[in-house]
Design a protein around this ligand. Structure first.
Ligand code: NAI
Length: 478
């Protein structure tokens, strides 16, 4: 079998395969779905383009989708998040060799340029038969945005001219769409017409989907995987509780105990990060705009403050808001010498990296890849992780397998749902029904040795639920 792919080095496949084997053991949800659907191929005929961090855990997701019958093409959704050995293992496949790869086409490596990033996204969306995917699996919405903007700019006859206001990333994106339209003026209309649906992994991508649905511009049905309870209340929270420390440690190895850490945002990700930093003995300060989340932080014993009032006190900063311009260049100049500045939200615009680079006399020194010291003319410097991109994936390897098994079991179920029941979903954004959420949790209990109590029939009647669930109304918040 021969196919196109672009990864760093196929000779890394064996190292990747070993890690995949261990990850499979830690991903009981995905492995249970492989068993449940063995021989049934519910995704036969599905051509899935995935845009999601190309890590070891994602490799297990990809091989689950193919085990269920799908064809897959993949790119990463961030320039720094690929684990090259995982990408190599997926391309080579369990039965292939670097000379004769038998796996899945992947277009991703750690340290892509922005141009390469968008090329890879385009390649993952461009199937060899000259058409596109019929399903998208997205994280952050970049693949979905390429199809939507591509189609609407196609209809308007041109990509709007680049302006100075456009962030660099958007300029590169526009250049890519311009090129694709020169090659095939109908490309994105054709791709959009085939897509049966998208399943979206993260808060930021889901936000984009709801915006499209609100204006009536969503081109196909979408499942919001993020807001499955077994996704955002686990991956965003407990995943970040693990991987925020991993990112800080691998990048700087600074002792966290006794330090002052500011966490901007106290949503699911912020809660996980704050708890991890406090667990290491840091004094944690939270910034929030939402009074409910601010009160939650106060109830947990965290100081809640405005960034400008504490910016000179802290040793470590982590932004978790999914919003932009949270830490400005002016904030950075007021920080303590050698303060560590990082973002774990989906996009790098939480930190004003462009503003930082424009400071008069600022000098950037690479300490090692994805760790940079920015020195100011007054002699102070700050350490910025992953150039402002999500540090748990740029400086470490993202969330551990067990938590991703929850997220990716939801992704797999959502893909089967949209692919096999196209008539049941409109061009809207849906969440998975609660009984499937409960199923995902159930699939993970055994591996932890947890024994679930069963309701008696009488107890079930008394609280008004079915013995087999769902156990909570949809409005329950967990
Ligand atoms: P969320 O909506 O639960 O939390 C964000 C919080 O930030 C909210 O409570 C909001 O009120 C607050 N916020 C907004 N603007 C703010 C401001 N100017 N100052 C202070 N606080 C502000 O969202 P969630 O699920 O916690 O996700 C946050 C980001 O992290 C998103 O971009 C998401 O896509 C990303 N994410 C990253 C992961 C990773 O592995 N790096 C994993 C999961 C999510």
């Amino acid at each position: 079998m021969s196919f196109d792919f672009k990864v760093k080095d196929l000779s890394l496949h064996e190292a990747g395969r070993h890690q995949l084997r261990l990850a499979e053991h830690e991903m009981p949800g995905l492995m249970a779905l492989r068993n449940e659907y063995a021989g049934m191929a519910p995704l036969k005929g599905a051509k899935i383009t995935g845009s999601l961090h190309m890590t070891v855990q994602t490799a297990v997701l990809i091989e689950t989708l193919t085990a269920l019958g799908a064809q897959v093409r993949w790119c990463s959704c961030n320039i720094f998040s690929t684990q090259d050995e995982a990408a190599a293992a997926v391309v080579v496949g369990p039965d292939g060799t670097p000379e004769d790869p038998k796996g899945v086409p992947v277009f991703a490596w750690k340290g892509e340029t922005l141009e390469e990033y968008w090329d890879c996204t385009d390649l993952a969306l461009s199937w060899p038969e000259g058409d596109g995917p019929n399903m998208i699996l997205d994280d952050g919405g970049d693949a979905t945005m390429l199809v939507h903007n591509g189609k609407s700019w196609e209809a308007a006859g041109q990509v709007p001219p680049t302006t100075d206001e456009d962030p660099e990333e958007f300029q590169v994106f526009k250049a890519l769409v311009r090129r694709t339209l020169t090659e095939d003026a109908q490309k994105w209309t054709k791709v959009a017409a085939q897509v049966k649906g998208v399943t979206e992994e993260t808060t930021t991508g889901v936000h984009r989907l709801y915006e499209l649905a609100k204006t009536g511009d969503l081109l196909f049905p979408a499942i919001n995987v993020n807001d499955a309870v077994t996704k955002s209340k686990f991956d965003n929270k407990y995943g970040c509780r693990h991987s925020v420390l991993d990112g800080l440690n691998r990048a700087t190895d600074v002792l966290i105990g006794g330090k002052v850490a500011v966490v901007c945002g106290y949503g699911d990700v912020g809660k996980g990060c704050a708890s991890a930093l406090a667990g290491q003995g840091a004094r944690v300060i939270i910034t929030e705009i939402d009074p409910i989340c601010a009160l939650q932080a106060a109830m947990e014993g965290f100081q809640v403050a405005r960034l400008e009032d504490v910016v000179g006190e802290a040793d470590i900063f982590v932004t978790t808001t999914g919003n932009f311009n949270i830490i400005t260049a002016a904030h950075m100049q007021q920080m303590k010498n050698k303060a560590i500045v990082s973002n774990i939200g989906h996009f790098d615009n939480e930190l004003d990296m462009a503003g930082l680079a424009k400071i008069d006399g600022v000098v950037k020194t690479e300490i090692k890849p994805q760790v940079h010291e920015w020195a100011f003319p007054n002699g102070n410097s700050i350490i910025v992780l992953s150039e402002g991109r999500l540090m748990n994936l740029g400086n470490a390897t993202g969330h551990p397998s067990f938590v991703m098994s929850n997220s990716f079991a939801n992704q797999t179920i959502a893909q089967i749902e949209l692919f096999t029941k196209p008539g049941e979903y409109d061009k809207q954004v849906y969440v998975l029904p609660k009984h499937l959420d409960e199923k995902v949790a159930r699939l993970h209990l055994g591996a932890l040795g947890a024994q679930l109590t069963e309701l008696t029939k009488e107890q079930a009647e008394y609280i008004g639920v079915d013995v087999a669930g769902p156990y909570k109304p949809d409005h329950y918040r967990y």
